[in-house]
Design a protein around this ligand. Structure first.
Ligand SMILES: [Ca+2]
Ligand SMILES: [Ca+2]
Ligand SMILES: [Ca+2]
Length: 398
């Protein structure tokens, strides 16, 4: 964080609004002459991003309530609070200083917003022992039927779990407003993680971290476009134990073949679902005695399917040494289903978003979230590590 932005925090105004920065465009000097100044006022609803472009050359400073908030050519403003915000634009160019005054009026929204998930766009789990159970699959269901089931589970205040299966399985959901990027953490993703009573490490237990991606609907077309996605750089993002662009392919099993038993007692099929990854590894996902249904989504007819994304280091280990008690270590921050819903680690700061090169981006807010299972591990008798999502909400909405 820059010294400048820390000063904003001290003033307190940053908790009321976000002002984003976009790389300044290059203009020729004549642009200054074409700039017609600011409007008398700008009106925007709560939880809506207002863009004001200075469209000029020179050194630009935007100030709100006399506090400098941006030096970019375009101001991005969002506020969760109704009110009037005095706006000043100062342009220094070739020794000339021009100052423009305006105000931003933030009004109560006309639509009725909810802080919870309002739509589910995609649901594609990887193979897993809870696939076909959460959400429930009924014979003959299509991918669209399963998406509708995921919607029923995740939308609104009374949300419930969906499983994402093993590594790569994902869900994409959205909100009816822009979740603003204000000071600190901005949204919570709910899961079914808990810390184990008998775990030696108190922050371990059933923790199955999922990678979080966020999208700001910059072109305001109501959809997350490919170039609008950014990954939340959690605590493991910059470590060399984290694999970027990991890719795994699962092959549809023959459900009628005779199981190859293992030696652990609870495996009924240790060579159940073949997989291969882009690092040259191959292996099998096992089926256990507690879950006997197909682990490969029956609504997917393809002979194989592939997932790609950031993979985290395996976080499960056999604390007992006998295979009786496996625990997953919770990572510090920035993942879904990685800590109990009451824990601060389930809250996410939009400022953690990075681009494809790992560079932090400044987003005024986000409209869409994607979560994929970040671990590719079989944890003994408890089976594959699979992220579950059971809802999400805007921490700023009141
Ligand atoms: Ca934030
Ligand atoms: Ca878009
Ligand atoms: Ca879980």
């Amino acid at each position: 964080m820059t010294k400048r932005s820390i000063n904003y925090l001290k003033t307190g105004i940053f908790s009321l609004l976000f002002v984003g920065m976009i790389a300044s465009c290059k203009h020729d000097d004549n642009d200054t002459l074409n700039f017609n100044g600011l409007a008398d006022s700008y009106t925007v609803e709560r939880f809506e991003v207002l863009n004001i472009s200075a469209n000029t050359s020179g050194n630009i400073t935007w100030s709100i309530n006399n506090i400098d908030v941006s030096q970019s050519s375009e101001l991005e403003f969002i506020s969760p609070a109704v009110g009037t915000y005095p706006l000043t634009l100062t342009i220094k160019n070739n020794g000339n200083i021009n100052t423009y005054h305006s105000k931003i009026i933030v009004e109560k929204e006309t639509a009725t917003y909810t802080k919870y998930i309002s739509k589910v766009l995609e649901y594609r789990p990887a193979v897993g022992q809870f696939v076909h159970d959460i959400p429930e699959y009924v014979s003959g269901n299509t991918a669209n039927d399963m998406l509708e089931s995921a919607r029923k589970s995740l939308v609104g205040a009374k949300s419930s779990e969906v499983t994402l299966g093993g590594f790569g399985g994902y869900v994409v959901f959205g909100f009816d407003h822009t979740i603003p990027n204000l000071e600190g953490r901005d949204f919570k993703i709910l899961g079914n993680a808990f810390f184990g009573n008998a775990a030696i490490d108190p922050r371990s237990g059933s923790c199955e971290p999922g990678i979080i991606m966020v999208a700001y609907d910059r072109n305001k077309n109501g959809k997350p476009d490919d170039n609008e996605w950014y990954e939340i750089a959690g605590s493991e993002y910059f470590k060399n134990t984290t694999v970027k662009d990991y890719s795994i392919t699962y092959f549809k099993p023959d459900e009628n073949k005779i199981p190859v038993s293992g030696n652990l007692g609870w495996d009924i099929d240790v060579e159940y679902i073949k997989w291969k990854d882009n690092l040259g590894n191959t292996g099998f996902k096992t089926r256990n005695m507690f879950h006997l249904q197909s682990y490969y989504p029956l609504w997917i007819t393809d002979a194989s399917y592939t997932f790609t994304g950031t993979r985290l280091k395996d976080n499960y280990y056999d604390q007992s040494g006998s295979g009786a008690y496996w625990v997953g270590k919770s990572y510090e921050y920035g993942y879904a289903d990685n800590a109990p819903n009451t824990d601060e680690a389930s809250n996410i700061d939009i400022s953690w978003a990075v681009d494809r090169n790992g560079k932090y981006v400044k987003l005024p807010g986000i409209n869409f979230i994607k979560v994929h299972t970040g671990i590719n591990q079989e944890a003994g008798r408890i089976g594959e590590v699979s992220t579950e999502v059971s809802g999400a909400y805007d921490l700023h909405f009141q």
